[in-house]
Write a new protein. Structure first.
Length: 647
């Protein structure tokens, strides 16, 4: 950003001037000390995002800031402030878009060793330990924020730079960089000289690089399980009364102890008739904060509640951010499969009308499938042709339950990519075929599956995930085989316990773990940049008999049984070695954890679970699980619960 044009004006008998160059020109002496406001406009402005770790974003017409994923950077030339006494200061921002409801902007001092052309998430400078503002001014779309800076005097330099984040989690904030709406640093100083700004030099244009998004990570969105079903209080809502109890929905789930074992993180009832749309915006923000680029949207039907949710998700993503996109994913096992290609295409056209629809290189809209092999190639071709007749060109990715050579070859003529839903044990993932190589040999891109676990009470079956082994193995496999994109399966299918979304049973643990792998997938870097610790465990031994009469599950979902185990796992991601102590049921184990990613298991026992890590006598991470292990569970619950030190 070139140095902008200085301005000046006379207020209450004192000359107040805007300074964008590094020179303050005195023109006359004054016997009395005058108060002068110096208005600095940025000499450089950019932002970074964990969603695009290696991409410079200085070419955007806005800045973006969130609680962790996005950070805005501003650089100012403070030469004109040298030797001046700072009376007060404020940072001015014009909010072009915000979904915030509370909190406010946090400004931190940071290094000036960055440029708009090269600043990325991977090379971003560290932020100072403390914000330089104490007042949290909330953002609101269209508002002009004046953020008081309480201790600017401590950071005034030539030049100086700040990093901006937002205190409220899971919200998006964009600040304008448009002409006449750029950020400003307003500094009031005491001086004995009255000054007038010099005539400005013409601003020189700055050439900015084009952004490149690179590899993308999507999470599979399942419409039946939104944050709230009826906008009720979590303690008494539909989840609590009907999905999480054995006698819910008039007892139809009694034989397996209830439909679900987990639920989305609850919230108080929302005001307004658009609460469903508000909830979907929250889910988009949650996914973005985790570094996810978009959702693959399971299309089960073209009418009813699930279809309405699908349309609303397109609206929500379009409203929250232009950087989060949706891929419609036709479910080959659902009712939508009973319709003709023309009928399906007509409904898909409604979704492609939204700006949130994912486009691939060349401008074609992305279209995907679940269990593509459940419908004929000609049926899928009819959808693609019907869309083309409407002026909509699509790039089709066939996602299989069985990515066999025969299925890949059969779908290759109509597909640009293929993928697999995947298995859910570390053994089957590690020892499985190199599907990516097979896809690439056919000239197709490969979408790799990543999953945490799979536990299905209703089907009386599950896979032994061995704490986070399945999660780590699926990420490692996807990265090692050169996957072109990732599908996290799933964002929110609570009926199969595959959810990554923030939930009662694991909070953001699996998203926090995945953030490291997302960055590694996109950049190739295995460096751990911050200390973190994750604890996972079941809430009862796998063989414990529930007090509710129900049919029990078998660990054979992937076709071969991985023996279940009773373990607590501590997964550490450390910048340097540390000593870790894990306490389970009153018994403690201490060990030395190396730098990098390291997992340690100890036996599960009845009681409380906690862990701590210290380095050189100082605590660096602590975790205390809120989930007590029991030997007498009410229902069989074989999912792994999780706790993260990052939340």
């Amino acid at each position: 950003m070139a140095n902008p044009k200085p301005r000046w004006r006379l207020i209450a008998g004192a000359v107040i001037f805007a300074l964008a160059s590094s020179v303050m020109m005195p023109v006359a002496a004054s016997a009395a000390t005058t108060t002068t406001e110096v208005v600095l406009e940025p000499t450089a402005a950019s932002w970074t995002s964990s969603r695009y770790p290696s991409t410079p974003l200085g070419d955007k017409p806005y800045l973006s800031a969130s609680s962790s994923a996005d950070t805005s950077y501003l650089k100012f030339d403070g030469a004109g402030l040298a030797g001046k006494k700072v009376v007060k200061a404020s940072l001015e921002l014009n909010v072009s878009y915000s979904t915030a409801t509370t909190g406010g902007v946090l400004a931190y001092p940071t290094s000036t060793s960055w440029s708009e052309q090269s600043l990325t998430y991977n090379n971003r400078p560290a932020l100072g330990a403390s914000a330089i503002n104490t007042a949290l001014v909330p953002a609101k779309t269209g508002a002009k924020l004046q953020i008081p800076v309480s201790n600017l005097g401590a950071v005034v330099a030539k030049p100086m730079a700040f990093g901006l984040q937002y205190s409220q989690k899971y919200v998006s904030n964009n600040f304008s960089l448009a002409k006449n709406a750029t950020p400003k640093l307003r500094v009031t100083v005491e001086t004995g000289t009255t000054a007038v700004a010099p005539a400005p030099a013409p601003a020189a244009p700055v050439t900015k690089p084009s952004a490149s998004n690179g590899k993308k990570v999507f999470a599979h969105y399942f419409p039946p399980y939104p944050i709230s079903i009826e906008n009720g209080a979590p303690a008494t809502d539909y989840y609590a009364k009907n999905y999480l109890t054995a006698n819910g929905e008039n007892g139809i789930h009694a034989s397996y102890g209830g439909l679900l074992r987990d639920r989305p993180v609850g919230r108080a009832p929302l005001a307004g008739s658009d609460w469903e749309l508000q909830d979907l915006k929250t889910e988009v923000r949650q996914a973005m904060a985790a570094g996810i680029d978009g959702f693959t949207l399971n299309i089960m039907s073209t009418s009813g509640r699930n279809w309405t949710a699908s349309v609303n998700l397109m609206k929500a993503a379009a409203a929250v951010s232009p950087n989060f996109t949706i891929i419609p994913m036709i479910d080959g096992t659902a009712n939508v499969g009973s319709q003709t290609g023309a009928q399906v295409a007509a409904k898909l056209a409604e979704l492609y009308a939204y700006s949130s629809a994912e486009k691939v290189a060349g401008g074609a809209y992305a279209l995907s499938s679940f269990k593509a092999e459940n419908k004929s190639v000609s049926w899928w071709s009819s959808i693609i042709s019907a869309l083309k007749s409407r002026g909509i060109t699509v790039s089709f990715s066939a996602i299989f339950l069985n990515a066999s050579d025969a299925n890949m070859k059969a779908f290759a003529p109509i597909s640009d990519g293929v993928g697999n839903w995947g298995t859910r044990t570390a053994l089957t993932i590690t020892n499985g075929p190199d599907y990516a190589a097979r896809a690439h040999a056919l000239g197709l891109k490969w979408m790799a599956p990543v999953a945490v676990q799979d536990v299905r009470p209703r089907s009386f079956i599950y896979d032994e995930a061995n704490n986070t082994e399945t999660l780590r193995a699926s990420w490692d496999r996807a990265i090692a085989t050169g996957a072109d994109s990732i599908q996290m399966a799933t964002w929110n299918d609570y009926s199969e316990s595959t959810q990554f979304a923030p939930s009662f049973a694991h909070g953001t643990t699996f998203l926090d773990i995945s953030r490291y792998y997302i960055d590694r997938y996109k950049t190739g870097s295995t460096t751990v940049t911050a200390d973190a610790m994750y604890v996972t465990h079941r809430v009862h031994p796998y063989a414990a008999a529930p007090t509710t009469v129900q049919k029990l599950m078998s660990p054979t979902l992937s076709g071969t049984a991985t023996a279940p185990r009773n373990t607590v796992e501590v997964l550490t991601m450390l910048t340097a070695p540390a000593n870790v102590t894990v306490t389970v049921g009153g018994a403690s184990t201490t060990y030395s954890a190396p730098a990098g990613v390291y997992a340690k298991t100890v036996p599960l026992a009845v009681g409380k679970v906690s862990a701590s890590a210290n380095r050189n006598g100082s605590a660096i991470a602590t975790v205390s699980s809120p989930y007590t292990v029991t030997s007498n569970p009410k229902v069989q619950d074989l999912q792994y619960y999780g706790v993260s030190s990052k939340r």
